[in-house]
Ligand binder design. Structure first.
Ligand code: PEP
Ligand code: MG
Length: 876
């Protein structure tokens, strides 16, 4: 940390983003480029972190440095803060390293008081304008610095308008505004208990402090969590000479993008208002004009602006989002930054910039936010229809996309209604694997319980179905088929809409439009593939999902959760028969029924992946998940199984576990019932042999993956079942088939004994869902309920189930990778937990030297791009 906390714009430059924030660095850069920038200075991000270190005070040294820079600014401006003859007015604005639009605070017109406003009125010859600026300042300062709500002031404005019999603010005259300024100060005193500060220096320190404080407001914290911005970065504060767009008809203010931010089209795009301040453009009281009008209204300013826009684009090699003000016919640039844009525009702009020779392919790949691609892969709401709708609640955005349909409360009802041509939304307390078919046919899924890696979330993301989970505000009665939320009650058949990207829930039908993938998308992805070294596989359980993933560029299956195959149609019956079997013989008979089904599934997967590697994970969940819980379901099953209800209930209760996530699951099932592993091995090997026959040119090498291993001997035991079964089949078939047996590393003990585990395992796949759960010691299904308190208290900044905890869980991944390589230098290392599709986690995997990441089909393009970005960033 340096001991300089304040930089004049002329002292900084564009590369000092970390210290000066984006806005400060760009104002300095524009100053260096000789552009008309109202001068000022930036209080650094380090001053902000110092403010927090000092217990939320601006220490004396920093205050003194700010005041020295005010003196410098006064010299540049030829005006003085608080001066009655020639007063300097400033704006005080936030500006973090990463842009966080609208999340933090701004104060304009600082420096006004009862005396200054008089001379300001005289100097500008415009008392109305002066008093309007003053009352706006009091209002903004009271709101932002002292946290007196805006509404009190708005009420006073309304009263004044009523008294004067006018409708618009602009119809109030100078005397009215002067009177309002007095009323505002009285309101301030009534609320705060002291006079409104008239000393501009006191005003300034209050404003700087308020901006520092706004770094920590709830909406800024939420925005940072959503966008992976660390909370210790802090914000800079820019203190800049005011210029006025509201000084009359030769003044104005506006915003413009150098290209269209919705489509990416290369055309200046923007709007402005004459005789207005920035907030008027945003507030939408008056309709702004498009930037093209400026050409007619003031051709000289327009030409100057266009030249600046082109210079800035060529300088930054990216689309710029700019704010400008015209003060009495003179143009000033208030801000430039790389503009936010839709996913489609991002792709268009990146491709165009490459074609224009402004950037190379690496830069194009780096300029796209991988998470944004998601928007191109799922149906979206019609923008107009969405604007017109108001959410009735919100919860976790568990699986993106937009969904609109009729409410159903059971998976069976979902199937029934969908078969009749209805679009449905499945609303459940929570989903279970039994609901899989209903989830498949539903447009969207809404659950009352569950987090980002709960069953509903994982399965929905895998299918690419929109899902909003964990909406605790819902009151639901599944039996009565009714739920209520946001004061409204919904019955079966009522329409609702879900936004899986924001987590918003709407109590009405909102029209959706299908996602479209343009040619630019493909072009960028091909460039990404040229750079990345990490392979990208998919987690897919069905041939349909595998085909979808292959079209998105998956290079194999990194995880097939075989249990998901046991829930469809008649299979569940055979599965339940297997579970309630009392003898090995009975169990084998039930497994024999499952064998051809599994074999068929695996054949489908091999076919879909066209010779790419396929990793099949053996049965993992606790067996009770396959058994019914409702009385009538139990009765029906007992009839089917030909056993008494009591007997069946006894089986169900014998399978009850206090903590099933740490219970009889994973390889423990195969240790107890080796015949399950035998059947699954048979299905895998026979399917491979069959598909190999049809495609002799495909190099099919089945990868059998044993889950939840914590001890080398349990892996050795299960592997012995696999190899003896597989070798016998291969020998009998007389064919040349190689296969691999590997394991998931998802228990901390496996990670720290990975050198031993690798003596048996030919590959590792990090199951970071369980590894996170077991490393933190909290349940992946329940953590959602209390993580909110952890964010509020700043104990965690992110959901460790969504973004890999690199310090703890990541350390285990590194330890296991190193130990594994010690034993088996060419060991294949992958990740198949949900983190495999999260960009920051993909970057970690690249750095850890993994072979591949595996993620749900709809995240494959995201992972491809993130892998390319990591390769580009770390090859330098
Ligand atoms: C994991 O634990 O990370 C994993 C991929 O397995 P599952 O989510 O099926 O437990
Ligand atoms: Mg697991």
């Amino acid at each position: 940390m340096s001991n300089k906390f304040v930089y004049l714009f002329s002292e900084g430059n564009g590369s000092m983003r970390e210290l000066l924030g984006g806005k400060g660095a760009n104002l300095a850069e524009m100053t260096n480029l000789g552009m008309p920038v109202p001068q000022g200075f930036t209080v650094t991000t380090e001053a902000c972190t110092q403010y927090y270190k000092d217990g939320e005070v601006i220490n004396d040294d920093i205050q003194a440095e700010i005041m020295r820079n005010i003196t410098e600014l006064e010299k540049i401006a030829g005006k003085k803060l608080g001066d009655k003859e020639n007063p300097l007015l400033v704006s005080v604005r936030s500006g973090a390293r990463a842009s966080m639009p609208g999340m933090m605070d701004t104060i304009l017109n600082l420096g006004l008081n009862d005396e200054v406003v008089e001379s300001f009125a005289a100097k500008t010859g415009n008392p109305r304008f002066a008093y309007d600026s003053y009352r706006r300042f009091i209002q903004m300062y009271s709101d932002v610095v002292m946290e007196v709500g805006k509404k009190y002031f708005e009420e006073l404005i309304d009263e004044m308008k009523e008294k004067k019999g006018v409708k618009l603010d602009t119809e109030l005259d100078a005397d009215d505004l002067k009177e309002l300024a007095n009323q505002f100060k009285a309101e301030y005193k009534a609320k705060i208990g002291s006079d409104f500060p008239s000393d501009p220096k006191e005003q300034l320190m209050g404003a700087v402090k308020a901006v520092f404080r706004s770094w920590d407001n709830p909406r800024a914290n939420y925005y940072r969590r959503m966008n992976d911005i660390p909370s210790d970065w802090g914000t800079a504060v820019n203190v800049q000479m005011m210029v006025f767009g509201n000084m009359g008809e030769t003044s104005g203010t506006g915003v413009a993008f150098s290209r269209n931010p919705s489509t990416g089209e290369k055309k200046l795009y923007g709007e402005y208002l004459m005789n207005a301040q920035g907030e008027d453009v945003v507030a939408g009281v008056r309709t702004p004009l498009t930037i093209d009008h400026l050409k007619e209204q003031n051709p000289a300013v327009y030409e100057q602006f266009v030249t600046i826009v082109n210079t800035l684009e060529n300088h930054y090699h990216d689309m710029q989002d700019m704010e400008f003000t015209i003060e009495d016919g003179k143009l000033f640039m208030l801000q430039t930054r790389n503009g936010k844009r839709t996913a489609a525009a991002a792709l268009q702009i990146a491709c165009d910039l490459v074609d224009e020779g402004q950037i190379n392919k690496e830069q194009a790949v780096l300029m796209i936010d991988p998470k944004q691609l998601d928007a191109l892969l799922h149906p979206q709401f019609d923008v107009k229809a969405l604007k017109a709708a108001a959410p009735i609640g919100s919860a976790l955005p568990a699986s993106p996309g937009a969904a609109c349909g009729k409410v159903v409360f059971t998976a069976d009802a979902a199937v029934e209604w969908a078969e009749k041509g209805n679009k449905v939304i499945l609303v459940r307390l929570e989903t279970s694997p039994e609901d899989i078919e209903g989830m498949h046919v539903a447009e969207g899924i809404l659950t009352v319980r569950g987090g980002m890696t709960s069953h509903a979330a994982v399965v929905a993301r895998g299918m690419g179905t929109c899902c909003v989970s964990g909406c605790g505000e819902i009151k639901i009665d599944e039996d009565a088929k009714v739920f209520s939320l946001g004061g409204k009650t919904f019955h079966e058949g009522d329409y609702i809409s879900l936004d899986g990207s924001t987590g918003n829930i709407y109590g009405e039908a909102i029209q959706t439009v299908a996602a479209s993938i343009s040619g630019n998308f493909d072009r960028i992805m091909k460039w990404a593939d040229e750079f990345r070294t990490l392979q990208v596989r998919t987690n897919a359980d069905t041939p349909k999902d595998a085909v979808q993933a292959a079209t998105f560029g998956a290079e194999g299956i990194g995880l097939c959760r075989t249990e998901h195959m046991f829930f469809e149609g008649d299979r569940i019956k055979a599965m339940r028969e297997m579970i309630v079997s009392k003898t090995e013989e009975q169990r084998r008979a039930a497994l024999a029924k499952l064998l051809p089904m599994q074999r068929g599934d695996f054949e489908g997967l091999y076919e879909a992946m066209g010779g790419h590697p396929v990793t099949i994970r053996f049965l993992d969940p606790p067996l009770h998940e396959f058994l019914p819980t409702a009385e009538d379901d139990i009765a029906a099953l007992s009839k089917e199984m030909n056993i008494s209800v009591e007997e069946l209930k006894a089986v169900v209760s014998s399978l009850h576990e206090f903590n099933p996530m740490m219970g009889h699951r994973g390889c423990r099932l195969a240790v107890s019932y080796p015949e399950i592993a035998e059947m699954q091995t048979t299905a895998v090997i026979e399917a491979a042999i069959n598909v190999k026959k049809a495609h002799s040119d495909w190099n099919i090498v089945p990868e059998i993956m044993i889950p939840l291993v914590g001890e080398i001997k349990e892996l050795a035991y299960v592997k012995s079942i696999v190899t003896s079964t597989a070798d016998a089949i291969i020998a009998k078939a007389g064919c040349d088939l190689h296969y691999k047996v590997g394991t998931m590393i998802e228990i901390p003990r496996a990670a720290i004994t990975a050198d031993e585990i690798a003596t048996e395992a030919e590959f590792f796949s990090f199951g970071t869902n369980d590894l996170t759960q077991m490393t933190f010691g909290f349940s992946r299904d329940d953590a959602g309920a209390f993580l909110g308190s952890y964010y509020d208290k700043k104990i965690y900044e992110n959901d460790p189930f969504a973004r890999l905890d690199q310090k703890g869980v990541g350390k285990l991944v590194k330890i296991a990778s190193d130990l594994g390589r010690q034993t088996r230098p060419d060991i294949k290392l992958g990740i198949c937990g949900e983190h495999g599709g999260d960009p920051s986690s993909v970057e970690f995997c690249h750095k850890a030297g993994l072979t591949y990441v595996s993620c749900s089909p709809f995240r494959v393009p995201i992972a491809r791009l993130a892998a390319a970005q990591a390769a580009i960033k770390f090859s330098k």
